[in-house]
Design a protein around this ligand. Structure first.
Ligand code: COA
Length: 312
């Protein structure tokens, strides 16, 4: 439920009180809106815009449609022209803040993309974060935009989707997968930070934030009671995604990753969740091989471009 006490948007450079802002949005609907959360009608407009852009170039654009952002963050920018939602840019905070944008086909090449990008980049700078702009390889318009902005390519990821549930390896009573609880935050943060080589503080902050979200859960893989790996399951828009799947370096190559993944998939299957996705860097050969052998197939490839900010 959207109300003034916990959600508000601001028209960039415009009025600042919640009421003024929302009158501005609902009557004139002109210009850029930095939204702290989305009303159901805004979600419907964004979905409509994404469908149009997706259909034009055969894309599956990433959208952050979260109704409420974490405190103090603005992750959604909307741009209206004469009452029409002409553009949308959203961000997912994480190890890097990931940005994704789109502009209505009838409103392209008028500088809206640049305007949304600049607003999102300003917010990233304000937070002292690092950011990447996502562009699907199949988007000719997006690729042209990225090269106009002169952003260097950082890396690419495949999105894989589960085609068939795997046969789990023979049971080994020394292994166990269990859902992580809030008291496991430190363990989860340590395992993730070590598995990905990330700073512990930032990882702990992120894990704590995600743990509080209703559509997120973490699992810990244990071997002889010792935590050896972790992953996060996100339910979003009728689909389930596995993120942050990592095994501690000293425990790799012993089949524990396969156990963690297949056990998680068994849980999802038992819950009736069959639309399962996972993302993997295109040059991560061991992970790609594991996911293929567990029934995943590559469906799309997304490139990530570095957004230059003072934080790097
Ligand atoms: C990418 C996208 C957001 C650009 O939006 P936009 O409002 O048209 O972008 P701008 O008008 O600010 O364009 C900025 C510059 O990018 C370049 N550019 C953008 N689209 C282009 C295209 N189709 N062909 C060639 N150059 C293009 C141009 O240099 C342009 O400047 P110019 O018009 O002065 O020559 C839009 O095309 C889109 O929604 N594409 C599908 C979604 C997508 O792939 N998103 C990922 C974005 S990285």
């Amino acid at each position: 439920m959207r109300d003034a006490s916990h959600l508000h948007s601001s028209v960039v450079g415009g009025p600042s009180s919640y009421l003024e802002e929302h009158q501005a949005v609902s009557t004139s609907r002109q210009g850029l809106v930095a939204a702290r959360g989305l009303a159901p009608e805004e979600v419907a407009e964004i979905r409509g815009l994404a469908e149009m852009c997706n259909a034009l170039e055969g894309l599956d654009l990433t959208l952050n449609l979260a109704p409420e952002p974490p405190p103090g963050e603005t992750n959604q920018f909307l741009c209206y022209h004469d009452g029409v939602l002409a553009g949308y840019c959203s961000m997912y905070p994480g190890r890097n803040t990931e940005m994704s944008g789109m502009v209505h086909p009838d409103y392209r090449r008028r500088g809206i993309g640049r305007e949304l990008f600049a607003a999102a980049r300003d917010e990233v700078i304000r937070r002292g974060a690092r950011a990447l702009l996502i562009c699907e390889t199949g988007s000719a318009s997006g690729q042209a935009f990225v090269s106009a902005l002169g952003l260097p390519r950082d890396m690419a990821e495949h999105r894989m989707e589960l085609r068939s549930f795997p046969v789990p390896p023979p049971a080994d009573e020394r292994f166990r997968l269990r859902r992580a609880e809030p008291e496991d935050v430190d363990t989860l943060a340590r395992v993730s930070a070590e598995a990905f080589g990330d700073p512990l503080d930032r990882t702990r902050e992120r894990v704590t934030q995600l743990m509080a979200a209703l559509n997120q859960r973490f699992y810990l893989g244990l071997f002889e009671q010792e935590p050896v790996g972790a992953l996060r399951v996100e339910d979003y828009d009728g689909r389930t995604f596995i993120y942050g799947f990592g095994v501690l370096p000293q425990h790799r190559g012993q089949g524990l990753g396969r156990r963690i993944l297949t056990r998680t998939l068994e849980i999802l299957r038992a819950e009736g969740r069959t639309a399962v996705g996972i993302e993997v860097e295109t040059d991560n050969v061991p992970a790609l091989a594991l996911y293929h052998s567990c029934g995943f197939e590559i469906v799309r490839t997304y490139e990530y471009f570095k957004v230059e900010t003072p934080s790097g």
